[in-house]
Ligand binder design. Structure first.
Ligand SMILES: C[S@@+](CC[C@H](N)C(=O)[O-])C[C@H]1O[C@@H](n2cnc3c(N)ncnc32)[C@H](O)[C@@H]1O
Length: 306
């Protein structure tokens, strides 16, 4: 059965395309609450809520205005929809110039509607922050960003699937792990190892591999099941070292050609790792897009590890 899943917040790294494949690994009717500590655009939560898979949902992120935005979506998205429309039309009067004005204003007032506008209008829908925590991504000069009418429909549809059963929390991920309880299922999508440490400061905060391992140990000790999206690779680029096998079972998802590879005229396929906790069985997948590690190892001639 196909589900129509709202996705109001454009966000680079969104798991929108992979959400169905990820959810297909969660046994049905076994868990009551889905917890997504690195929510971003909350693609997996939205997909799960659209299918009514859990009784309640918790989304968390270290980017405060993003969580404020989610709270508005959950409670009443009308004001955000109106403000988004005003910002979008403001730029029609002064193309690009208004983008920079709104960006400067956001860096002072941290308005959630301005964040939504900036995400919809910036290059690759990708948040970027300077060391002072200011949003510094440039505008996309070829696209205008989601039209206000469509944005309103998306916001209202997201409200309808989340209202009354969802909570949005601002902060670091660790407290959620410490308060995890029976009936919880965790979906984790921390910043890639290669994009949050060292030079490329993509998100407002980064997460070291050690902290991810520490958090998973907490879940394993409490026997709380989880799925983690972590190291992936595209062509010759590898996005990080695999996690120890004792922590979780690894399966590989063929995500298809990355948009960047397509732009560069390359045929590289992106493979993403999913780590599934040992507390749940790996459900055999009919889908041809899911490869087991053994299948993958047989095909290493197709891919180059770095
Ligand atoms: C890869 S993105 C998640 C994308 C998400 N799965 C989606 O579908 O859009 C990682 C998210 O983790 C957040 N983040 C970074 N450091 C964090 C931390 N220490 N605690 C909680 N969230 C954090 C970032 O702000 C970002 O939104």
């Amino acid at each position: 059965m196909r589900f129509s899943v709202p996705h109001p917040i454009p966000y680079q790294g969104s798991k929108r395309r992979l959400a169905s494949a990820i959810l297909s690994h969660i046994p049905e009717n076994r868990y009551t609450r889905l917890v997504e500590p690195f929510a971003g655009s909350s693609a997996v939560t939205l997909a799960a809520a659209s299918r009514n898979m859990f009784a309640s949902y918790v989304i968390n992120d270290a980017l405060e205005p993003l969580i404020e935005l989610w709270n508005k979506v959950i409670q009443d998205p009308t004001e955000v929809a109106i403000n988004y429309s005003t910002l979008w039309h403001r730029e029609r009067e002064k193309p690009i110039e208004a983008y920079y004005e709104i960006r400067s204003e956001f860096n002072v007032d941290r308005s959630p509607a301005k964040l939504l506008y900036l995400l919809a209008r910036c290059v690759k829908n990708a948040v970027r922050f300077n060391p002072a925590g200011e949003f510094n991504q440039s505008p996309d000069k070829r696209r205008k960003g989601t039209r206000p009418q469509l944005m309103e429909l998306e916001l209202v549809a997201a409200h309808q699937v989340l209202a009354g059963k969802s909570q949005a929390v601002y902060g670091d991920f660790l407290p959620l792990f410490l308060s995890a309880q029976e009936g919880d299922f965790f979906y984790l999508d921390p910043p890639y190892q290669g994009t949050s440490e060292g030079r490329d400061q993509r998100y407002v905060a980064g997460v070291s591999r050690e902290r991810v391992i520490e958090a998973l140990e907490i879940l394993n000790e409490k026997r709380i099941p989880f799925i983690l999206s972590y190291d992936g690779f595209c062509g010759e680029r590898n996005y990080g070292a695999p996690l120890p096998k004792t922590m979780a079972q690894q399966i590989l998802l063929d995500v298809g050609r990355s948009s960047q590879a397509t732009l560069n005229g390359r045929g590289d396929v992106t493979i993403e790792s999913l780590y599934i906790s040992h507390t749940i069985p790996v459900i055999p997948q009919p889908s041809a897009t899911t490869l087991s590690l053994n299948d993958f190892e047989k095909q290493t001639t197709l891919f180059t590890f770095t």
